[in-house]
Design a protein around this ligand. Structure first.
Ligand SMILES: [Zn+2]
Length: 473
């Protein structure tokens, strides 16, 4: 715990509080005040315990606000983002966002990076695109009218940005309403297909996904039910086809969103590659400057993996996943399964999983997390749209999700740009090689070294994972 205090580890906030006997105050682990000496530091599980020890709350880090869930600055940023999404045209530019926020431009920029892993300009652009998608789906308005209503300065800016983030034009997106079974998304120039294939084919024994040549087939779970999704990969485009019980009218919009997310169209790969080169780490991005963090098609599947994959080797984790899917997943056809629904896992008992070689603890973690999702206590899908800070706090409160799992889930399933799965051996080995370190960095050292890659630490992680593998064919 003292090491976490010295590192100023925000991920430890809420896990414990520390008090300083010489000053008589208690703090969050992330407090930026001067670090106390070990001999003057005491640790407490709750703010009540710290107060019972005769200490007062720090005025800088406000541990009582954190403990009660109150965070006025975060709440004001979240309210501002909700306004931007509801009416993006009310914010013609970032200066308008800053004026509305009451913060200075520099502070606003810091707060957006911290809480949304993005700049105010990025958040504004996504708000415009989200509003435009809703208008295209739900109204018959013309494209020029939609561009103006959602705050784009011109029809061509609307067209270009929409196509870059969605993989198809606004008109083609609107036509998905009539799509019955397929659409095609354009890949950005230079998209490293060989790395995508490697990510999609990494578990050859998987029951829910398979890669045969350039054809990726996966079971996915939509709001309308399970579907079989087939992606035909080519250097310029990905053609998606789907079938199955969940393939209702309107499924095309949901599948488009999942596939565009999976392919990482929203990720600013070029900006990260420029940063890496500027830092003198050209090697990190060599041969793959357009690499993306490949996202899981189903968020709950990502959650299961984040629990199954922690602290065991990958082949064994793959085996456990396959067994869980066979037990609780939904068979589609020719041996392919859709990942389990939360309710199906919630209905299991630990005794069902022990014979499948789950440890009792892992079995309990998986089932408890599934119950939270099935009961609606953990609104997993909504976390994509929430602030990163809120998503992280919500997930850290789930029993069985530690910092590795939470960051892994946030970067691989929820699309957050600035996460590091602390403790991940792929990351520490990658850093050791890249930076010529004598030893593998521990967690505080990883935190320090990765800080240079903010606000794109998720992409940095994806690149570090490649350093010890041969170039894919
Ligand atoms: Zn403090």
């Amino acid at each position: 715990m003292y090491a976490r205090v010295l590192a100023g580890d925000a991920a430890s906030n809420g896990r414990f509080f520390f008090g300083v006997t010489t000053t008589g105050i208690y703090c969050l682990p992330s407090c930026r005040a001067r670090k106390p000496l070990r001999k003057n530091t005491r640790f407490f599980p709750t703010v009540e315990a710290a107060r019972a020890g005769g200490l007062r709350p720090c005025r800088k880090c406000r541990p009582d606000d954190f403990a009660s869930g109150a965070d006025p600055v975060l709440e004001s940023i979240e309210a501002l983002v909700a306004e931007m999404r509801a009416d993006p045209a009310a914010f013609p530019d970032v200066r308008a966002v800053a004026r509305r926020s009451g913060f200075g431009p520099t502070r606003l920029f810091e707060l957006f990076r911290l809480h949304y892993h993005a700049t105010p300009a990025d958040v504004l652009l996504r708000a415009r695109l989200g509003a435009a998608r809703a208008r295209l789906r739900e109204s018959g308005a013309g494209l020029a009218a939609i561009a103006a209503e959602t705050g784009f300065e011109s029809l061509s800016a609307f067209h270009d940005q929409f196509r870059r983030h969605a993989g198809l034009t606004p008109a083609a997106y609107r036509a998905l309403a009539e799509a019955s079974g397929s659409f095609t998304l354009a890949l950005p120039p230079g998209y490293p297909l060989s790395y995508l294939r490697r990510a999609l084919g990494r578990d050859p024994q998987s029951l829910s996904e398979r890669l045969e040549g350039d054809v990726y087939t996966a079971g996915a779970r939509l709001a309308s039910g399970p579907v079989r999704v087939v992606l035909r990969l080519s250097p310029e485009a990905v053609k998606a086809e789907w079938s199955g019980p969940g393939a209702s009218a309107g499924a095309a919009y949901e599948i488009q969103e999942r596939v565009a997310g999976m392919l990482g169209f929203d990720q600013d790969a070029a900006a990260f590659a420029r940063l890496a080169r500027r830092l003198g780490f050209a090697r990190l991005v060599a041969g793959r400057p357009e690499l993306r963090v490949v996202q899981s098609l189903t968020v709950f599947d990502g959650l299961l993996w984040a629990i199954l994959g922690q602290q065991i080797n990958m082949p064994f984790a793959f085996l456990l996943r396959a067994r869980l899917i066979r037990l609780a997943g939904e068979p589609l056809d020719d041996g392919l399964y859709a990942p389990p629904a939360p309710a199906a896992v919630a209905a299991l008992a630990a005794e069902d999983l022990l014979p499948l070689q789950f440890s009792r603890q892992k079995a309990q973690y998986v089932i408890r997390a599934a119950r939270l999702v099935a009961d609606g206590a953990l609104a997993l899908e909504n976390l994509r749209a929430s602030s990163a800070t809120r998503a992280e706090r919500t997930l850290l409160a789930v029993h069985g999700l530690g910092p590795w799992s939470v960051n892994y889930l946030m970067m691989r399933s929820l699309g957050f740009a600035d996460c590091v799965p602390y403790g991940d051996t792929g990351v520490t080995r990658g850093l050791q090689t890249l930076m010529h370190l004598e030893e593998r960095p521990d967690i505080p050292a990883t935190r320090r070294l990765m800080a240079a890659f903010a606000p794109w630490r998720s992409l940095a992680t994806a690149h570090l994972w490649q350093l010890h593998q041969p170039e894919p064919s």
